[in-house]
Structures are given as C-alpha cells and as structure tokens.
Design a protein around this ligand. Sequence first.
Ligand code: FES
Length: 512
Amino acid sequence: MNDPHFWWYVTRASAVLAWVLMTAAVLWGITLSTRVFRGADNPAWLQDLHRFLGGTALVLTGIHMVSLMLDPWLAMPIDQLLIPLIAEYRPLPVALGILSFYVLLAVQLTSRMKNRLPQRFWKAVHYLSYVAVLAVAIHGAFAGTDAGAAWYQGVATVIVTASVIALIVRIVMARRRTPATSSSRLTNDGAVPSLAEANPSNPLAVTRMIITAKHPVADGVVRFRLSRVDGQPIEPWYAGAHVTLRLPIGVERQYSLCSDPADRGHLDIAVLRQEPVGRGSAYLHDIAELGDELDVIGPRNHFPLEAAHEYLFIAGGIGITPIRAMIEALPPTRAWRLLYLGRTRSEMAFSRELESRYGERVRVVAGDERTERLDLAGEIAAATADVYACGSGALLDDVIAATPRARCHVERFIAVDRTTGANRAPLVVVARTTGRRIEVEAEESVLSALQAAGIPMATSCGTGVCGTCETRVLAGTALHLDSVMPDDDKDEIGVFYPCVSRATTPELVLDV
Ligand code: FES
C-alpha cells in the first residue's frame, strides 16, 4: 500500500481480469445456448459457473472504477466514472467502459429477477453483453495505458477473436436450430427451465389433436397417444407438464404428460378412470376412439424439473405420469431413485416397464406385494437429493412434512381446501390495460368479477389446481388459496390464480 503505484496496479489488474472473466462468461453462455451439452449430463454447476464468471467480472469492474478514483495520479471524480462522455480523459473510450459496466449490472440484476420479467426483455438485456464485450475491447485499446504492450495486444487478440468466432457460431446455431432439435430435456440453454421457460410461448393455445393410440397400461388406466391433426411437431415442452383436454361432452380435464419430452411427434397421457359413466375420464375410457379429434390446451407446466445433482422421485398411483416424463428427460448418467407406491401391482401403470429398464433405481411398493412397511420419512431423511412427488393428497402431505422446503417439489391433482376460514373481504382489482376498477364482493371470485366486467379470462378447473387462470399481479399482495405451486414460488414470479385466490391488501392491480 505504500507503493505510490499501488492503485495503478490494481486498476490495470482488475480491468484485465474483469475483461477476461466477462468474455469467459459470454463464451460460456454461448456454449450453453448452443446446447452442445444436450443429451449429456448437465449438472447445475455449469449454469452456476456462467453466473459466477459474470458476477465476478462485475465485482472486478467495480474495483477497477474505485481504484481509478483512489489512484493519486488519475484521481478520477466519481461523476466522470458514472456519467458517460463527461470524462476529461478520452471521453469516448471511457464512456464505452461505463456503458459496459451498466450492461454488466443490468445482466446481473435481470438474471436474478428472471422469473419476474418477460422472457424477451431478459434475453434482450442478456444479448447486450455481446456488445459490451466488444465495447470493452475498444475501451481498453483507447483508454488503457497498456494498449501498446505486447502482452496486452496478445490477450486482446485472443479475446476478440474468440468472441467473434463464438458470436458467429451462436448466430449459425440459432439459424440451424429447427423446432425438432430444440431440446425439451432438463436443461434449455444449459439452464434450469424457469417457470416462464417451462411453459411455451402460448401455453393456452388450443391445438386440434387426434388420438393415434389407445391401450390399457394397468387396471383402470388407459394410455392415449395424441398427435397434431396437421402433422406438425408438438410445441416444445418440459417434463412435469400437463395438457388440458377439451372433451366433446363439454368438460375439460387435465392430464400430465408421461412421454419423453424430446419426442416431438406426439404426446402421451395415461388416464385413470375416476368418474361415473359418461363423465370426464370415463368418457375417455369408454367412448373416445382411435381417430377421434380433440382440442388440447397446453402443454403447461407448474411442476418443472429443475437441475439438481440427484433426484428422489416419489409417485403414488397415477402420480407416476409426470414422474415418468422426468425420468425420460434425465441424462442416463444422472443419479436418481424412484419410490413408486400403489394399492395393488395391477393398478400401477408402467411399474414393470420401469423396473425392467432401470433396475435397482426403481423400488415398487405395491400394497398387495409388500412384505415390509415403507419408511417414507426415513427414505427422505437419508437422501440429500431433490424430492419430486406426485400422488394422493395424503402422500404429498407426508412428503412435504419430511422434506426440507428447498428440496421439495410436489404436484397435486386435487385442490386442497384453503378457502374455508380465509379472509374473503371485498376488494378492488384494477385492470392494467384499461385502468378500470372492478369491485369484487366477498362471495364472488376475482375471476368471475373480471369475467362479469367483460374481461376475457382463461379458466378450466375453477378450483385452483390446474393453473389455467394464472394472472400476473402488478401491485398489491395476493392471498394465495390455490394448490398449483408453493406460495413463495408464486410470489417470486408475481402470479396468482383468481378462480380461488384473493388479496391481503384492499386493492390488486392485475395484468389483464
Ligand atoms: S381455473 Fe384452474 S387454477 Fe384457476
């Protein structure tokens, strides 16, 4: 510190390191986005590394700016470091450096708020980092004191060449990517699918589909294969997704997809017969035939498979359907186990198939075969894996009770009654598009008040379990009474389900 040149060294070292790390972050991001890891094991640390490189580059850029102020020779005033084009020293190259800092900052902030932001906005900000890398190169060449040094020119040549090549590869790969090769496996762009990504661009689009296969897979369970009537590939979807079938008898039913998400030729669902003759699932079992056409809404996903080092899947009965898609989507080398519980072996769809394909990874606990009692809490406590569970309400309650929140992921088929005793005070909702204020009485749902006011709202189950009516909350605090996903996840991405949910504030501003 006594060396009068100390801050000058810091300035130069932090600048070069920030530039190298920023370039590495961009190159790594491009590598992930070209999906060279598709089909290979792709643990979460690959994405973490991308974030770490970008975050460290930002910190080093901050150190660079502070050291520019502290260096006794340069002693740059803070306003000249923060406001482009007012620097006395080489204003244009310095401005490029300042703007690159703001881009880095914006990329980091929007990455942390990714689930709250429109995907296009987030991506647009992210793409600015390509420009920032080149802007930093110009900044260093014209504002840096080392630009004439051979070592600096060598580093700059390598970085700029690599950046340009990577950018060209990125553009070429993007153009060559056809819908059929867009991976729907665990990771997209090497990343955990966020809820926004887990749902395709228009998850409420209605697609006309035809039943191309129908056969029983267990007692009371029939597997249907659905293909698009127009023969086009299915929209990309992620494991854990479901579709809504609009049946000719005037009802809609939701079914989890159980096929491999990478197979874009068709969707498979397995339907448990649960209803009386002529209703919902019974209609599909008894009346729907090969060649019948149906309107299919989705796929839509509130149960996305996130990147983890290890998985413990727990399925109860027909809850095996989304779990099967998850198993199909995982790279072969990923560590996972399945506990599959059912009343009788004959009612457990896919149990033999899963056992024969995956051997000891699969433990089937059938009520009519069981010799020892399954210690579910003990199994979960002994694991460090992320737990994904789907099945009856009682099973899921047990799983939730035994699993740390951060590792627990469940999907319910039947809504939990959260409305009894909940605050049903009247409230006002404000529609963003028109500014109109709509009063919601204590006894009516927010959804029906919006519909009565002439605002078109998608709806299906009406009980807060399917997620069809998902609406973005722009201001106010939602009182979540649905069973779609954990409340903090909804708060994190800023949505609520107006068919059942209300508000803890007298007013909600909704993106409708
Ligand atoms: S309509 Fe199903 S959650 Fe609202």
